[in-house]
Design a protein around this ligand. Structure first.
Ligand code: ATP
Length: 313
């Protein structure tokens, strides 16, 4: 990707590798993020997302390669300057139970040379009514908003969110998304890891799909889905045998793949494809145990690249 002067590069990973003994957790990653974007690392458990962001955050030393944030390279004597300009919210943040929300935010504010006031953070997090509540009295979603507040108190240029909504109910998840959207309205840049494809599709301008420590695809959510060749999927489970060849020559089918007992068709418009497909199956005497259709998602992209779903073990 070429970047114009207007696209300020805020993070760069070059040839990033992390080995743990024989295990290669991250296997040569190159990334470039520009100011204002929300960049997502999407992949199944163990893909290497957290290890990648931990190297980006300066928490884990790369085995090879390097990370540059805001033009500064970790380990070049300027780590404190980098830390002052970034915020980190982890999947689970353990904060002192007996501190009130206000005290937690004030404590973290004291670590930064400049930043938001406690009131500004409470407003941004919509936690004003909870300012006097002790941390242990908060719901999971409220705790995660405090963690976000702590990450945003120094008015960072770059915000890292590692699986920020794992375990939250849909309403709490949306409130986290809203806070992130407000941060982005001010020009903030976000690096997000998630294994929720809906979260990646909703929040990210650009996504890198990771598997086994490598980036196997990169693009906008809609561009990645469009790479499937069709917008919709039709899943069929035949009662007997159904070879992909049986469906040959039916117009409107962009792709056919076998996943276990099921045959999955990628199509532009299932309404026009289904009648000839059903007619062909009837003609060949193939009964059906299951038929379903859905709009193509990032999970389908992952399946087409790896043969596995994002949530498969
Ligand atoms: P998840 O979605 O489950 O958080 P992930 O994509 O973030 O997964 P990582 O946590 O980066 O994946 O892990 C990548 C691989 O590296 C895994 O096989 C993991 O077991 C291994 N790994 C991570 N940290 C260490 C460590 N400190 N020591 C040894 N192996 C590790």
């Amino acid at each position: 990707m070429t970047s114009s002067a207007a696209e300020e590069v805020v993070a760069r990973c070059v040839g990033l590798v992390k080995r743990y003994d024989d295990l290669v957790a991250v296997d040569g990653i190159d990334l470039q993020l520009t100011r204002g974007e929300c960049f997502g690392l999407l992949g199944p458990n163990g893909a290497g997302k957290t290890t990648t962001v931990e190297m980006m955050e300066g928490l884990t030393e790369p085995t090879a390669g390097y990370v540059e944030l805001l033009g500064l390279r970790w380990g070049s004597g300027q780590d404190d300057r980098i830390r002052a300009r970034m915020g980190v919210a982890l999947q689970e943040t353990v904060l002192a139970d007996k501190l009130t929300v206000e005290e937690v935010i004030r404590l973290f504010r004291s670590f930064y040379p400049s930043g938001r006031t406690v009131d500004e953070v409470l407003e941004l997090m919509q936690l004003g009514p909870k300012r006097k509540a002790q941390y242990h009295q908060l719901s999971g979603g409220q705790k995660q908003r405090v963690a976000l507040g702590v990450a945003l108190v120094g008015r960072p240029d770059l915000l890292f969110l590692d699986e920020p909504t794992t375990g939250l109910d849909p309403q709490a998840r949306m409130s986290v998304w809203e806070v992130v959207a407000r941060y982005r309205e001010e020009g903030g840049t976000v690096v997000l890891t998630t294994h929720y494809m809906e979260e990646a599709a909703n929040m990210c301008d650009r996504i890198a799909v990771m598997d086994h420590g490598k980036i196997i695809a990169e693009g906008t959510p809609s561009g990645l889905v469009a790479s499937l060749g069709g917008r919709q999927l039709v899943e069929l489970e035949p009662a007997g045998e159904l070879s992909e060849a049986t469906l040959e020559g039916i117009s409107g089918i962009q792709g056919v793949a076998t996943r276990g007992r099921r045959v999955v068709l990628t199509v532009e418009d299932f309404a026009s494809v289904l009648p000839p497909v059903l007619a062909r199956l009837a003609e060949r005497g193939v009964g059906l145990l299951h038929l379903s259709t859905h709009e193509a998602t990032l999970d389908d992209v992952f399946v087409s690249l790896t043969g596995r779903g994002l949530r498969d073990e």
